[in-house]
Design a protein around this ligand. Structure first.
Ligand SMILES: [Zn+2]
Length: 395
């Protein structure tokens, strides 16, 4: 029997740890020098790190064919557990030709060996089919689909062991592993923790959603994604600066932990909402906030599809409790942040800016309305945009 005092179990029951340490690490590192080297793309580097630290438990390596196909077709691994996003290692055909099943290979970032992998399977896959099933479109205009089409045509599947961290360890003070975060939650006596995924600055609406959720749990994990995102998303360093400023002035320090989620964005909408929720369960969250059009892009997904997809699973098999939120905004008549659910006044009274409008204002160096974004955050965003424009002009 589990009691309310027990921490939430990782997906599949065991927190995976594929980091080699001490003598094992030294021995494997030495052996790795002699192995065929496979250079990793950005997303594979970030997937490798997440696999190694157990954020993708129960996965202990890149998917073999059955898990890949189960994920794409049925949103389940071969062991029956829900899983919605392929975690695969694509390679180009000429490289794939040099590798046999059963062979051990070294996974490298430039000239640095990150991990070894036992290639259990080498297999081909149908990119169009994956695009339709996972991203709900075959259009290359979709950034996730574009990446899928660009990547290699062969997948290598098998367990990995990490020997070196990837070079990019930005935000090291916030790069907590699932095991570390679980210890931090326990040390604070938090039994119920809500996770908030974001790749955006925290506007007043997000703050409202986070604090509303925090009312019913013990702690908030603010867990921005800092892996690869689209070019027009606000850069991670600017976002991190804005989060810290907001936390300093507007959040109780004993109720919030800021950590980073080193994953790449897939923009797979509803399927990525499940994926984000399961990963945060591995980090120790009992609750997870799913916003409107979570992980969406363009008009590829219905507004609430990322909510409805949870109905395709039982609460027990997902484990972490999703908290569904609608868009929120400031209502001049209510005099506070509301949603369409809680305010009767209608659009004419709401202060709402689209992502495009926000971007245009920042490009012009304008502060966002105070009802929309706190001035501390606006300032950081304006300054960040100015640096970005300068950098692109000097290129
Ligand atoms: Zn109102």
């Amino acid at each position: 029997m589990t009691s309310l005092n027990d921490p939430i179990a990782p997906h599949g029951g065991t927190l995976i740890d594929r980091q080699l340490r001490g003598e094992m690490k030294a021995a494997v590192s030495e052996r790795a020098e002699t192995l065929t080297q496979i250079p990793l793309a950005h997303m594979s580097i970030s997937d490798l790190e997440l696999l190694a630290i157990g954020a993708f438990s129960p996965l202990s390596g890149f998917m073999t064919r059955a898990d890949y196909e189960g994920t794409v077709k049925n949103m389940r691994l071969t062991n029956g557990l829900p899983w919605t996003i392929p975690v695969v290692l694509p390679v180009e055909d000429d490289l794939a030709g040099q590798i046999q099943e059963g062979q051990e290979i070294a996974l490298v970032e430039d000239d640095r060996i990150l991990a070894v992998m036992e290639v259990q399977e080498k297999f081909n896959y149908d990119k169009k089919f994956e695009a339709r099933e996972v991203y709900k479109t075959e259009e290359e205009a979709h950034p996730g689909v574009a990446r899928l089409y660009r990547q290699g045509d062969t997948l290598l599947g098998g367990p990995i062991w990490l020997v070196n961290w990837p070079k990019n360890q930005d935000f090291l003070d916030f790069r907590h592993t699932p095991a570390q975060l679980r210890r931090m939650f326990a040390a604070r006596g938090w039994r119920r923790v809500v996770g908030f995924q974001t790749r955006n600055p925290i506007h007043r609406a997000h703050e409202y959603i986070q604090k509303t959720a925090l009312e019913i749990v013990d702690g908030l994990l603010l867990h921005p994604l800092v892996g690869e995102t689209k070019k027009d998303d606000i850069p991670a360093d600017v976002r991190m600066e804005s989060y810290q400023s907001l936390l300093r002035d507007y959040y109780p320090p004993d109720r919030v932990i800021l950590g980073v989620f080193p994953a790449a964005m897939r923009y797979a909408g509803p399927r990525e909402a499940i994926f984000h929720a399961l990963a945060r369960k591995n980090y120790g969250c009992t609750h997870f906030i799913v916003g409107r059009d979570h992980a969406g892009v363009g008009k590829y997904y219905g507004t609430y599809d990322a909510h409805y997809i949870f109905d395709e699973f039982t609460a027990e098999e997902i484990g972490v409790t999703p908290l569904f939120f609608d868009h929120a905004f400031y209502c001049k008549k209510c005099g506070g942040i509301v949603s369409a659910k809680t305010c009767p006044h209608g659009k004419d009274h709401w202060v709402y800016l689209s992502g495009t409008q926000v971007r245009e204002m920042l490009v012009r160096g304008e502060m966002l309305p105070e009802e929309f974004t706190r001035p501390e955050v606006s300032k950081i965003l304006v300054e960040g945009m100015r640096r970005q424009i300068q950098a692109s002009e000097s290129e």
